[in-house]
Design a binder for this molecule. Sequence first.
Ligand code: SF4
Length: 478
Amino acid sequence: MTTTPHSSPLTSSSFTSTRNACKLCSPLGACLVMRGIEDCIPLIHGSQGCSTYIRRYGISHFREPIDIASSNFVEATAIFGGRENLFTALDNVSRSYKPAAIGITSTCLSETIGENVPMYLKQYEAERAKGLRNNAGLNPVIFYASTPSYRGTHMDGFHEAIYAAVSTLVKPGKEIEKDEEGRINLISGFVSAEDIRELHSILQSFRIPYTLIPDYSESLDGGSWETYQKLPAGGTTLKDIRSMGEAAGTVYLGIAPGKNDAGKWLEDFCAVPLHQVELPIGIENSDAFFAVLSEITGEEIPDNWTKQRQRLIDAYIDGHKYVNGKRALIYGEEDFVVGLVSFLDEIGVIPVIAATGAESTTPKGKPAGSANLRERINNSLRNTRQKIEIMDDADFVTMLEKAKDLEPDFIMGHSKGLYLSRELGIPLVRCGFPIHDRIGGQRILHLGYRGTLNLFDLICNSLMEAKQNQFDKGYTYL
Ligand code: SF4
């Protein structure tokens, strides 16, 4: 895309196929999951630049160092294949990190040249079993997520990596016995570290054993260290993942498109019933989430959550005059967008544009990330009568063009919406991933009654600040 020195990237009149795509790289989502598993190191099968890009994104959002290994493709590898590079990388990573698990994620390059990683892994395992590898005798679990970025988004990589970890570690079979205490599996969706901490609090309040995957609440947002930690503590333990087949139910926040659905796999191979719910943003979605937890566990919803719910309703009443009838442009991951639509509709905001970078079908016509997006959004609406511009495969230039006609009052999404906000002269309420231009993106709470309350306050205050800034006089009561 060409831009003049004084134009923003959104004002270019030249056209290329995608102009500032509203999606991120597929292995990025996979790496996030892998760092959400205890003692697991992500290994990118591709060139160094891919791991640098992903580290850069993660570090800017989480403000923590993130080690991501690479099999380091060079020109010769692209021609002759990356088998030897991968074997060397597995040896090196085993020796230097001593991980419990290595998660391999493919890249555009390794997928384009047709690398058969599952076959390589069988060969590597055979050599490792015979003691032929230079791995100091260390035998971490290895799992592989196929993540071609030209055919998906970071969400596809995210779901695929969960699927790869679960289907590698859980051993289906008749001998699987159900946990007597009613274990529950919660697959968290692409949410913040603070959201994961909230999900832990919610699950703990039901007093049942559980597996929450992925869990980067500590590994990517822990305390400070005196010495560098190559693999910071925290994450879903391998033991807990292995126990997922014994659960009384799996709750999947959001929807994994296509075949890479760990919840469906657990249902099909381990007879663990799958409950798919939308991200618990807003009262309706949070109610549905708590209801399903109550149903699986047979426990009443603990009082403190009921009180949080009442506090949220009270806040809606206090703030309705600031938000009612306002118009919003929202964008981000498909699950996140559906959650936001439901919440905004609930508080009287009209979500005039709901955009995601995911496509609805793959090039082969199979369902992709935003399949059923329109239906999911329509199911979330109870108040809005106006037509919503639902955009899949969206980019920020097209969003701006549509927004000029639809005149939103504010924007909700990650940092990449800054130029939209500037061009349209309306506030950007930062949420989701990535937040590169503010501190604390990893600590934004979006989920449950408390998360919804946080988002509600952020919206009200952004609108109030924008109004305040319109006047020379300093109105201190709004
Ligand atoms: S080349 Fe592909 S895999 Fe690598 S960073 Fe770019 S989009 Fe991601």
